[in-house]
Write a protein that binds this ligand. Structure first.
Ligand SMILES: [Zn+2]
Length: 484
């Protein structure tokens, strides 16, 4: 990661209250007129800081309380992009009380699992001489996750308000297939243990308060408003707008000023790719995008290429709170049925090559190539450009196991081109197809089914056997003559 959090200090005035023990104790919101009232205990920030005094000595604890209930995440209510959601069960409420140490420990645990630098809070313990009800000034130091915000100048798109959708991105010039539309650092990152984990206010608490710029960007996004909307404003915005950032060792949800504005399409003309070592999300054009055209990406899970119209709508409605009216969805019933049928056929063809050993699948090369070309044409006719890579990889394998040098090389080059378009040049060059395009014989099962190679092997074995026999015969003659 190249970002280094910026250390900031800000003064907050908070009202210290004697805490009432027990999770059901009433919580006191901060004073509306105080500066802390805008940042602490407000609707945007549920934190209230209280002092816990045991009446002995000076080791009083500072307690961070939530000014309103923390809603446990309803199981299955997932709205973060690229996740499959299930119906929401009942909501349970509980109030979370954490000591400062606990908050910091929890924060450290999360930061250890991510390369991102979240906020660290250092709250001084208030002096015991202060009256519990009198306002005191607390100096709050935190490392902001604020990062440089890219300027929209020079970017190949503008923000545009589309009817029936939120703000989207509109190309302001022609964009070529494979072009990097934008690479962007997240302005907010939420480390999570698992991408399917339900996020709650507890996850976000250690990251608060946000810096002012970060707050501004955060609240420029809108959360969903349907029945699946989370009661916590922060959770709702993250669930509605964040993008999963999956790395080798850590997973996080990220918010991006521009890329999070890309609207969904079931036939997207662009897609994003998280580059872990750069700390950037790249948005690549899958097709040529004309000036004035909307830039779209898919919110469906990666393996959701073959979802039918009904499955897609269910996923998007439950997960993201909208009915998709993209070109693939807002069309005639007959075309929807045709598309669903062809995608079901693709799924059948894909299952076959995924579940069959390559040697068995490619034994009849003509049959294998016929099925793979059929799968490829189904994807292209349904504008599923980003899924074509799977077919190209299988085509390479079939050619390579038969030891067909030129065709293997062409297929490896096509894989390389596909990954360059979808993942960028650097990722493509790091893929196995960069090496295989140079030397296709590096494939581990190269020419395993090459019949001409098998014939040569058998011939060589016959010749070796003949040589061994002739040596044995000569020796027996030599022994005979020697004895005479
Ligand atoms: Zn759609």
């Amino acid at each position: 990661m190249n970002e280094k959090g910026k250390e900031e200090e800000c003064d907050f005035t908070v009202v210290l209250q004697q805490p009432t023990p027990g999770p059901s104790s009433p919580l006191t919101p901060s004073t509306p007129n105080s500066r802390a009232g805008r940042r602490l205990g407000s609707i945007d920030n549920p934190i209230v800081i209280e002092e816990e005094s045991d009446g002995v000595g000076e080791d009083d604890d500072v307690i961070i309380l939530l000014s309103r209930p923390v809603y446990k995440k309803r199981e299955g209510k997932r709205s973060t992009r690229n996740r499959v959601l299930s119906p929401p069960p009942s909501t349970s409420t509980s109030t979370t009380i954490r000591t400062l140490n606990k908050v910091q420990t929890s924060h450290k645990d999360r930061s250890a699992s991510s390369s991102h630098a979240p906020i660290t809070c250092h709250l001084p313990t208030p002096p015991p001489s202060e009256s519990p009800s009198s306002p005191i000034s607390v100096r709050l130091t935190y490392t902001s996750i604020e990062r440089p915000i890219p300027s929209i100048r020079d970017l190949p798109f503008d923000f545009h308000s589309y009817t029936g959708k939120h703000l989207g991105l509109r190309a302001n010039r022609d964009i070529k297939r494979g072009e990097l539309i934008i690479k962007e650092e997240p302005f907010f990152t939420l480390p999570i243990g698992d991408i399917d984990e339900d996020i709650t206010s507890d996850h976000i608490l250690p990251l608060l308060p946000l810096s002012q710029d970060c707050q501004g960007l955060f609240h420029s996004f809108t959360g969903r408003t349907d029945r699946h909307a989370d009661n916590d404003h922060y959770v709702n915005i993250i669930e509605t707008n964040s993008i999963p950032l999956i790395s080798k060792d850590s997973q996080a949800l990220g918010l991006f000023r521009h890329i999070c504005r890309v609207n969904h399409s079931c036939t997207p003309n662009s897609g994003w790719s998280w580059v872990e070592d750069e700390g950037n999300l790249h948005l690549y054009a899958y097709t040529n995008i004309d000036c004035g055209e909307e830039i779209t990406a898919s919110y469906l899970p990666q393996k959701g290429i073959t979802l039918s119209y009904a499955q897609r709508q269910r996923h998007l409605l439950n997960g993201h709170g909208f009915v998709c009216l993209c070109d693939a969805c807002a069309t005639s019933a007959i075309q929807i049925v045709e598309a669903d049928t062809s995608l079901a056929l693709f799924e059948y063809l894909q299952d076959e090559w995924m579940e069959t050993d390559l040697g068995e699948y490619a034994a009849d090369i003509h049959d294998a190539l016929r099925k793979l070309n059929q799968a490829k044409s189904i994807l292209l006719s349904n504008d599923k450009f980003n899924a074509v890579g799977d077919v190209l990889e299988q085509l390479y394998d079939v050619y390579a196991i038969h030891g067909m040098l030129k065709r293997s090389k062409d297929a490896a080059l096509q894989c390389l081109d596909h990954f360059t378009v979808c993942l960028g040049k650097k990722a493509a060059e790091q893929s196995r197809y960069a090496a295989l395009a140079m030397d296709p014989t590096l494939f581990e099962r190269w020419a395993e089914l090459d019949s001409s190679r098998e014939r040569k092997k058998r011939k060589r074995r016959r010749e070796d056997k003949a040589v061994r026999m002739s040596i044995r015969i000569r020796r027996s003659y030599e022994d005979t003559f020697a004895s005479d």
